[in-house]
Design a binder for this molecule. Structure first.
Ligand code: MN
Length: 502
């Protein structure tokens, strides 16, 4: 489980009106309670769903949606119309709703009772047109929202409600999430720059820099017993060569990373940060670039971005929240180098050090090697191959005050050949729909070289996340053509030129 897992409930709000009389409304209550109980029992939604009394007037609707907005424990809202619920009644409430919305288009009964259906049944079970009236007003108001249609007991429908709930949790956490940058970003790099004010307005992220000197001071204060205890954790958790541990100089290098881990962790906890960035160009007074330290903090659920890449740090944290409890792993990643053999092209993803061990195929090894850049001492790091399987690479880029989330579905494969001299963790993958289209679509989209990589979540989670935030979304994956992506980009550019805002 990730650190500071969001502790929220989802409110389930059922819409109706006074037209039908008390018997029908009592049945609506029973049915909506049964749906809430059914979804909770299915175990696909990672937080409890809370039933709310049926709303039948503009006053009741705005009261419950205003309460949802104000309640810190309310993470998101599901709205469902069992009967017709005239949607002008919803305008006031929906325009103040500050929580992610799912328009759940379901119906209590799965089947039409062919032999017994009469007008009483018809008046009770009106989701087919009640939800259309509701959908019209959410479309008319231009609200950011998600939509799931299907029967509430159907496994695929439930799975999609779970996907929405995970994306919603990440959106809601973002509203109050703090991220710290140790130093600025790598000099002259474009894609790690950005408008932090625009990001805070859109995502809620509060991103601020702290001088690396604050870390230097904390590193110096790390106590011997804390240090020894952490070295013991390393010995128990990872493979470490006996030669490393018996070499006093190497052991001291390992201790430098342990001190960094303790110091950064304490700083993040005290400041209630959900992620951080480092910069190899800004390490004044620190012995090493955080490697092992950054890897282990990421594995605990802190977002991370290298070279001052705060957008990726915040995106990685959002992906960790979406992914919490699912099999697989989630990491900071970089497209590093290619294998361009005809018909067997591959991407090798890695970084200088900072790949999360949650994606490892086997027990990682602690190794110490020179870094080559930054002019600091040799840092300890975890070295491993990533587990094969389907994965996504997601990149959040900015164009002035517009953000675009670019996602590439990839297939991570077994490393085709040992790489005995590669001193870093790595993943080898093939992009979908194919190597060339995947790369060209990414380049046309302006996606970054830094990404959030995950085998835990899929494109669906990220698409809902973008929908709930009103952020441009580009999917490059199975069945995608380059023409489609370029057409989509052209539409997005056109909307931006027209000043379109969601
Ligand atoms: Mn990088």
């Amino acid at each position: 489980m990730i650190v500071h897992k969001p502790d929220v409930h989802i409110w389930f709000v059922t819409g109706s009106q006074h037209l039908y009389g008390p018997d029908t409304l009592e049945q609506v209550t029973r049915d909506s309670r049964a749906i809430v109980d059914g979804i909770n029992r299915a175990g696909v939604v990672p937080c409890p769903i809370e039933w709310k009394p049926t709303v039948k007037s503009a006053e009741e609707i705005s009261a419950v949606l205003e309460a949802a907005t104000a309640d810190r424990r309310c993470g998101a809202v599901i709205a469902w119309m069992h009967t017709f619920s005239p949607a002008k009644m919803w305008i006031r409430g929906l325009t103040v709703l500050g929580k992610p919305l799912l328009q759940f288009h379901t119906q209590f009964n799965r089947d039409i009772p062919w032999d017994s259906i009469d007008m009483a049944f018809m008046n009770l079970n009106q989701s087919a047109h009640g939800d259309r009236e509701f959908a019209h007003i959410t479309a008319r108001l231009g609200l950011n929202r998600a939509i799931v249609a299907g029967h509430w007991q159907d496994p695929e429908t439930l799975r999609r409600v779970g996907v929405w709930a995970r994306a919603a949790a990440a959106v809601t956490e973002g509203r109050t999430a703090r991220f710290v940058r140790f130093g600025d970003n790598m000099r002259e790099v474009a894609v790690t720059e950005g408008d932090k004010v625009a990001a805070q307005a859109r995502f809620g992220w509060s991103v601020n820099a702290v001088g690396v000197g604050e870390l230097v001071e904390r590193v110096a204060r790390v106590g011997a017993s804390d240090l020894d205890a952490l070295i013991d954790v390393y010995k128990k958790t990872y493979t470490i060569d006996a030669a490393l541990l018996s070499d006093a100089k190497q052991l001291e290098r390992l201790k430098v990373q342990a001190r960094l881990e303790i110091a950064i962790r304490a700083f993040l906890e005290e400041g209630q940060y959900r992620g951080f960035t480092t910069n190899f160009e800004d390490l004044y007074g620190l012995g090493q670039l955080p490697g092992l330290a950054a890897q282990r903090l990421m594995a605990d659920g802190y977002g991370f971005g290298a070279e001052g890449d705060w957008k990726t740090a915040a995106l990685v944290r959002a992906m960790q929240v979406m992914a919490d409890g699912l099999p697989g792993g989630t990491s900071f990643m970089e497209d590093y180098t290619y294998h361009l053999e005809g018909g067997r092209q591959l991407v090798l993803g890695s970084h200088m050090l900072e790949i999360c061990p949650s994606i490892a195929a086997d027990t990682p090894r602690i190794e110490i090697h020179p870094l080559g850049i930054g002019g600091k001492d040799d840092p300890a790091r975890l070295v491993f191959n990533a587990a094969p399987g389907d994965a996504v690479n997601a990149s959040l880029v900015e164009f002035g005050d517009r953000f675009r989330l670019v996602v590439n579905e990839v297939k991570t494969v077994e490393t085709p050949h040992p790489m005995p001299k590669l001193p870093v963790a790595q993943a080898v993958w093939v992009p979908y729909p194919d190597f060339t289209t995947g790369l060209e679509a990414w380049l046309w989209s302006g996606g970054a070289h830094h990404t959030g990589y995950s085998t835990q979540i899929g494109t669906g989670h990220l698409q809902v996340y973008a929908d709930l935030l009103g952020v441009e979304f580009v999917r490059i994956g199975r069945g995608t053509s380059l023409d489609e992506v370029r057409m989509q980009l052209a539409v997005q550019e056109l909307l931006a030129v027209r000043g379109h805002r969601r």
